[in-house]
Design a protein around this ligand. Structure first.
Ligand code: GLN
Length: 538
């Protein structure tokens, strides 16, 4: 811990400016200069974790290898740094208060009044330091959710202010703000930035670096002016212009020397400018595809693409590796009917049925799967998508018209998907699913085995229901095979239809493991099959 440096990233003026991407970009650049980096997100809401949140609230819930349900920014951190995060990388106000209140009940503060300062702020500081408790990282980048000035994030801001005093020379503040362009006067405006820095100053924090999000280039004069009003030198006023893709942000920050500025402030070795060859190759391929294919993503949260963030990014990584642009049509499963299914899916070279919960839109998912199965369109089912493929097969191939998951119908006579034994007595909703990494043994000569080129894999999970093994032999005789099995519990993790060109359903979430430099093999193989399908259809 003793050498670890702490970089705090705060945001001002407006939300959604891309603090997560700036944090991930700083991490990427420091990592490519040879430093060990991890990124943490502090979320100001009172939920213990985002696991119980509807995707409409904050987008997808990202699951780490150790089974933490976390904010989707952790997905960006992993995709950029290609290193795993854990529960320690995401802490909410809810978790902080829960820990403190539990300590109070245990009697840890006996005799004392428990207060926001010092008890809550101490707990926040403990959680920041916990990420690099053994000094395993040179840098911990901590992104503070929300916008400076919000009531909710005040204890976080106060805690990091204290950290700067307690660990002199080891803490640095990066503040991300927005410089609006007023079309009517043709001017970029710095006042909101000045006000937002004032807010930070009132909280006792002088930012070391200002990153200004902008649509238009910032002039030297404007940077100078911001520096003057906000007590930072010009090198520490960094322009963050809107980019065509989030993956170009690290390169833009390299250009702006954000990493050099940070290292110099810490008086640390800057070294050679990183070449970032694999990263640049990826961007080059991503921006200059040789072909485009259309893939349908069938789900029920399609109004908000963030709900399927990791799946969409996995297609970006896999597509780039194959020099193919994967254009995703988000299809609302509630809108699919017998009459329109071939029209809505007819242009797609592949169909992915998304994860999800509850019965809304479920019948449309069956229609999409039936279409893919019968028309031999490459099909990829993830979690609920895999479960739906099993139900569709039971209904339309095995002839069990009333087959269902007991999640959708408790009284179905054919519960081909059923609640897991370990879940039967669970009453709390938060953090109680089957979560995180579990091993899975792959059947030799299966499509999965060919794709992974491994006998055994570990993938991340988030579910309560499972394939009902009572029906397994019937399914296998009719042509749907279990090709991935958990070696301890016999739980079916992968199903395939070997007579179909590419039909794979997985109980786990491969999308959480795809990164820029390591695209996921299942997504790559699915895109490859979709390219082949598109060619053959022509
Ligand atoms: N609702 C299903 C289950 O709990 C699938 C979950 C998911 O898609 N993540 O098993």
């Amino acid at each position: 811990m003793s050498k670890t440096k702490f970089i705090f990233v705060t945001g001002g003026v407006a939300s959604s400016l891309g603090k997560g991407i700036i944090s991930a970009s700083i991490g990427k650049l420091l990592q490519s200069r040879g430093y060990k980096v991890t990124i943490q997100k502090l979320d100001p809401y009172l939920n213990i974790d985002p696991g119980t949140l509807n995707p409409y609230e904050h987008g997808e819930c990202y699951v780490t290898i150790d089974g933490a349900e976390t904010d989707l920014d952790l997905g960006h951190y992993e995709r950029f740094l290609n290193t795993p995060t854990t529960q320690a990388n995401n802490v909410t106000t809810g978790r902080i208060y829960k820990n403190v209140i539990e300590k109070e009940r245990r009697g840890d503060f006996l005799g004392k009044t428990v207060q926001i300062i010092p008890h809550i702020t101490d707990e926040i500081k403990r959680n920041i330091k916990l990420v690099s408790i053994k000094g395993e990282f040179d840098f911990v980048i901590t992104e503070i959710g929300g916008t400076v000035g919000d009531i909710e994030s005040l204890p976080f801001i106060e805690a990091v202010r204290q950290m700067k005093w307690e660990h002199e020379g080891r803490c640095l503040f990066v503040h991300l703000t927005f410089v609006p362009f007023l079309a009517a006067s043709g001017e970029l405006k710095t006042k909101p930035t000045q006000h937002s820095v004032k807010h930070l100053l009132e909280a006792g924090i002088q930012p070391d670096v200002l990153v200004l999000r902008t649509e238009k280039p910032l002039s030297a004069d404007l940077k100078k002016k911001v520096g003057l009003f906000c007590n930072v030198d010009m090198d520490s006023v960094v322009e963050a212009r809107d980019m065509a893709t989030i993956y170009e942000v690290p390169l833009a920050m390299l250009e702006e020397k954000l990493d050099v500025t940070i290292l110099k402030k810490f008086k640390m070795k800057v070294g050679e400018q990183p070449a970032l060859i694999p990263w640049r190759t990826f961007i080059d391929k991503h921006k200059n595809p040789k072909q485009t294919i259309q893939i349908a993503l069938v789900g029920k949260y399609v109004e908000l693409a963030d709900a399927y963030k990791s799946i969409i990014e996995s297609f970006v990584h896999a597509g780039a590796s194959l020099e193919c642009k994967v254009s995703i049509s988000l299809i609302h499963s509630e809108e699919l009917t017998d009459e329109n299914v071939s029209e809505k899916l007819g242009n797609c070279a592949g169909i992915l049925v998304a994860p999800g919960f509850g019965h809304r839109g479920i019948e449309g998912k069956f229609l999409a799967i039936k279409y893919a199965r019968e028309q031999l369109v490459p099909f990829f089912g993830i979690c609920l998508g895999m479960q739906c493929a099993v139900i569709e097969f039971a209904r339309n191939v095995l002839g069990y018209k009333q087959a269902n998951s007991t999640e959708m119908s408790r009284t179905t006579p054919f519960p081909v998907i059923d609640i897991m034994q370990e879940q039967k007595n669970v009453s709390d909703m938060g953090g109680t699913m089957r979560l995180g990494g579990y091993p899975c043994v792959l059947k030799k000569r299966s499509n999965a085995h060919k794709i992974y080129q491994a006998d055994s894999i570990i993938e991340r999970h988030r579910h309560r229901y499972e394939f009902n093994n009572t029906y397994l032999s019937e399914f296998e005789q009719a042509g749907m095979i279990a090709t991935g099995i958990n070696p301890e519990t016999e739980l079916v993790e992968i199903v395939e239809i070997p007579t179909h060109p590419w039909f794979v359903g997985v109980q786990f979430h491969p999308e959480y493991r795809s990164t820029v430099v390591a695209p996921h093999p299942l997504f790559q193989s699915f895109v490859k099959a979709s390219i082949a399908f598109a060619k053959q259809r022509k």
